[in-house]
Design a protein around this ligand. Structure first.
Ligand code: GLU
Length: 427
């Protein structure tokens, strides 16, 4: 029998983000030594659940949404990863996101496998009541496979603390116990952790500081361009601005704003809270069309929105020294090659944005022990983990003469497959 790399439920013509992930696995395989005999494990998710999520709309009609939970790998611990609400969610995307969680969790050495969930819905089209019903029904449908020691969801694109509270409550009602550990990213008032909301942005900043030191770029005065101004890009912008960097350009789904002297980040946050996006910000000196954002010269570029933004089409335009991947999967493998050729240092998603899941891990540990840590302690531990992970990856990249992405995959996949090997196959 041959091993087929492609599961039959995917369209082999267009693998989408899953195809991007498979190419990354192909690049790491020659570096895995004897463990490479297990590499097919990484090319297929352990378990995929597709669910119908029906809700009653406020107008009395019934609407159906497509929901997913994919558990990619659980060799090192329970599944872990966010839930995304977005109109473009597909199975291929959720599979790729779940796999990147496996790699990310192993890269920062938190004791989790990888999982991800999503609903194909534009939450802006729902009322708050409809959103709550959607979240509760989805949780009930996936409650078959999630749990504090089985698989632990968290926020991702368009989901937040409120959505996590509804998920926790729904699961608790089904199970008949409090179950705070079933999701992370909860409100502080209900078992959430201090520092969790800022953690992904903080991790982007910390790894950015390490990368800048390696490249001889001073953070104070550095020109930074950011795509995405939500929980990742918006928080990273605050931290860079506080450290004296100039946020010269921000793009979100509404538009692109530019100020070479540095945008006023606090004012931009206010504008976004009032209007829903960066477009029309009065503090900008210029606006740009979507595509020319990539050509803006900067010292650090932070894609912090969605996957497959930097492609073979625009990578050639990019003029920066360092790319910090706040988003998951923002760079296609073809673009990766172009950027590496240009000697741009890329801190890959699976390392750069791992701060969120790291503090999710702290939250889960705090819930289990019912003993809560100070914000200072959380931030100090997060900073240490991110710095140590960056430096371990840096050493592997120097030693093997590979990109930081391949180096992160080498470290992480070695950890995952070593666990796989020592556990052995069941039965
Ligand atoms: N959604 C975040 C990510 O992509 C966080 C996941 C988590 O905390 O479990 O890393």
């Amino acid at each position: 029998m041959t091993n087929h790399a492609l599961p039959s439920y995917l369209n082999a013509e267009d693998l989408g983000p899953w195809g991007q992930y498979l190419k990354q696995i192909d690049r790491v395989t020659p570096h895995l030594g004897g463990l490479s005999r297990w590499v097919e494990t990484l090319k297929r998710p352990k378990r995929i659940l597709v669910v119908d999520v029906p809700i009653e709309r406020d107008d009395g009609t019934i609407a159906h949404y497509e929901g997913y939970r994919v558990q990619h790998n659980m060799s090192r611990g329970p599944g872990k990863g966010g839930v995304r609400f977005h109109q473009d969610v597909t199975l291929s995307e959720v599979m790729a996101l779940s796999a990147w969680m496996t790699v990310k969790n192993a890269a920062v050495n938190v004791p989790y496998g990888g999982a991800k969930g999503g609903i194909r819905v534009d939450p802006k089209t729902l009322s708050k009541g409809e959103l709550q019903r959607l979240t509760r029904r989805y949780t009930s449908e996936i409650s078959l496979i999630i749990g504090p020691t089985k698989d632990i969801p968290a926020p991702d694109v368009n989901t937040n603390e409120q959505v996590m509270a509804w998920m926790m409550d729904s699961y608790a009602m089904i199970e008949g116990n409090l179950s705070t550990g079933v999701v992370t990213g909860k409100p502080i008032s209900m078992g959430g952790s201090l520092g969790r909301r800022e953690a992904t942005g903080r991790g982007v900043f910390v790894t950015g500081r390490e990368a800048a030191a390696k490249r001889g770029v001073a953070i104070a005065g550095a020109r930074i361009a950011i795509q995405g101004f939500g929980n990742v890009g918006g928080i990273a912008a605050n931290m860079f601005a506080d450290a004296g960097s100039k946020i010269i350009a921000v793009q979100d789904h509404t538009g692109t704003v530019v100020h070479q002297g540095g945008l006023n980040v606090a004012e931009l946050h206010k504008h976004v809270a009032e209007t829903g996006g960066v477009a029309g910000f009065p503090g900008a000196e210029a606006t740009q069309d979507r595509d020319s954002f990539w050509g803006i010269e900067s010292d650090i570029l932070v894609p912090a929105a969605l996957e497959q933004q930097i492609t073979a089409k625009n990578a050639g335009q990019i003029r920066t020294k360092i790319i910090l991947e706040g988003a998951n999967g923002p760079t296609t493998p073809e673009a990766d090659d172009i950027l590496n050729e240009k000697d741009i240092l890329i801190v890959p998603d699976v390392l750069c944005n791992a701060g969120g899941v790291t503090v999710s891990y702290f939250e889960w540990v705090q819930d289990f022990s019912s003993f809560f840590w100070s914000e200072e302690e959380i931030n100090a531990r997060l900073t240490r983990i991110m710095q140590d992970a960056f430096n371990s990856v840096w050493e592997v990249s120097q030693e093997k003469k590979v990109s930081l992405r391949t180096a992160t995959f080498i470290l992480a996949c070695t950890r995952v497959l070593a666990a796989r090997e020592v556990r052995g196959l069941y039965p």
